[in-house]
Design a protein around this ligand. Structure first.
Ligand code: ZN
Length: 163
């Protein structure tokens, strides 16, 4: 028997085990539940790991709930709608996906997932139907610049307070 050691994914808090994806940061090893969480961590480690005794945004339990709407030219076919909901809701940080005729509403926590990651999964899901549908979904995804928000989250240890 080996020691049953468990860790928490620093991005989504899920319990992970020693066989999981790992990455070293500042000579400490972190274990991730998924490639998605590893990617978030690698892009913005300061959101998840505190510095000089100041807890990070994630460690303070912060969330940044965002909602994006995709407007398509036509009603999303039932089979595709089902796939989109399944694939997106399987992602860490995706809170809710609603599809209403030609509208897709996605609610997510920017602390755990970015539009870039959601977009990649959307495109992949569309591509399963046809390359054209992947393109349609990708084009419908309105781009917002999240980088400023992410940068602030990473460096706001001293300025942000709860109300
Ligand atoms: Zn995770």
């Amino acid at each position: 028997m080996t020691m049953n050691e468990s860790h928490h994914c620093p991005v989504c808090n899920m319990v992970t085990d020693i066989d999981c994806i790992s990455s070293d940061y500042r000579s400490e090893r972190f274990y991730f539940c998924s490639d998605q969480c590893l990617e978030r961590f690698t892009d913005n480690p300061g959101i998840y790991i505190g510095e000089r005794g100041i807890p990070s945004a994630k460690q303070r339990g912060e969330r940044r709930i965002k909602r994006r709407t995709l407007l398509l030219d036509a009603t999303v076919p039932d089979g595709i709608a089902e796939n989109i909901i399944t694939e997106l809701e399987a992602m860490m940080g995706v809170v809710e996906v609603e599809i209403n005729a030609d509208k897709i509403n996605i609610t997510y926590d920017l602390i755990e997932v970015t539009t870039k990651q959601i977009e990649a999964v959307l495109e992949k899901t569309g591509n399963k139907t046809s390359k054209k549908y992947g393109e349609i979904l990708k084009r419908a995804f309105i781009h917002y610049n999240e980088e400023t928000i992410l940068d602030n989250l990473e460096h706001n240890g001293d300025t942000h307070s709860h109300h």
